[in-house]
Structure formats: C-alpha cells, structure tokens
Design a protein around this ligand. Structure first.
Ligand SMILES: [Fe+2]
Ligand SMILES: [Fe+2]
Length: 192
C-alpha cells in the first residue's frame, strides 16, 4: 500500500473511535453508565494509536512537505498544526476527566461528557481537512523519491510502534462493541 493511502486508512480507524466518543457522551447524558474500561481504552487508543503512531507518521509527512518548500505558515499546514494542538488538549482533558470518573466511582461530571462530544465533533472535521486538502496536496507535491522516503519513515514507525498501536485499537474496538451491546440491550429493556 502507498504511504499516503496508509495515512488515509488510519483515519478510518480514528473516525470509528471518535464516533464511539459521541455515543458514550450520549449514554452518559441520559444518566446511564459507561464502563470505565471503555473510557480507559479510548484514552489509551488516542495515546498509543493517535499520538505515538499516526501523529508520528503525519509529522514525517509534514517535514517532507516542508523540505519540498510547502510554507508552514500557510493553509492547510497552519490550520492542521493548530488543530493538532487542539487535539492534544482535548485528549489530555479526556484523560483527566476519565481519572476523575474512576476515582469518584462513576460520578459523571460535565467535563467528561463535553470532552467526549468535543472529540466526536473534532475528528471528522480535522480528518476531512487532511483527506481532502493535506493528502491530495502531498500526492502532487512529493516526487516519487520523496514518496519512497515517506514510505521508509512509515515502515520504521510501524516497526517500532505499530504492534502496540494496533493492540490499543483492537482493545478499544472490543470494549466499544461490548459497550454498544449492553447499551442496546438496556434500550430494548426500557422500551419493553
Ligand atoms: Fe491524520
Ligand atoms: Fe492530524
């Protein structure tokens, strides 16, 4: 698979977890519980898969674009860099809110719900900019030699962090699937 397609495919994995954040927020807003392991696996996913894996790959792409003369102070790079900071803030916020939820024995506060909602809204928009602006631009700007260099960087990142990242993604999607089953069973019980 080509390096740019790899980044695009990773976005599909992140989108699924972002959408699960929205469902968790909805469940909590209705006053129902979300198992702590689901929330912890979401935080772990954003750290392992988002920060340490996908983000590193994206950094490799951004530095190659910079080498090719794409200005860092102009659109879309400036927006994407700004949003990456915002993403980090939201993930840190989620991590603290989940710790509070755990320590309180499941008492839900607004910060947890608001942060889950913010993440569910943030990712589709951010990923759209990358899929439709950043990656198509990279496809045009990078020569075959640069694309090979990107592929080498991605392979290196994958060899160092890929296994852990995929395990975090798998664990997270298993926890989410389990949670969805519980939620839909309780909805059926409520409507009966
Ligand atoms: Fe991305
Ligand atoms: Fe990004």
């Amino acid at each position: 698979m080509k390096a740019i397609e790899t980044l695009e495919r990773e976005h599909r994995v992140i989108e699924q977890v972002a959408s699960a954040c929205g469902v968790c927020a909805e469940v909590l807003r209705r006053g129902a519980q979300v198992p702590i392991d689901v929330l912890e696996s979401i935080v772990d996913f954003f750290h392992q898969y988002g920060d340490r894996y996908h983000r590193q790959a994206e950094d490799a792409l951004l530095s190659l674009l910079h080498e090719r003369g794409v200005p860092t102070g102009a659109c879309p790079i400036v927006v994407i860099n700004y949003e990456n900071q915002k993403r980090k803030t939201l993930v840190d916020q989620l991590s603290s809110a989940v710790s509070v939820y755990l320590k309180s024995g499941g008492v839900v506060d607004e910060t947890l719900i608001n942060t889950l909602e913010a993440l569910a809204q943030f990712f589709p928009d951010h990923i759209w900019k990358e899929d439709y602006l950043l990656l198509p631009m990279a496809e045009k700007v990078l020569s075959e030699e640069y694309k090979r260099s990107l592929a080498d960087s991605l392979n290196l990142i994958d060899s160092m962090k890929g296994t852990e990242a995929r395990q975090a993604a798998e664990k997270c999607s298993t926890a989410i699937r389990h949670c969805m089953k519980v939620v839909s069973r309780s909805e059926v019980a409520h409507s009966a």
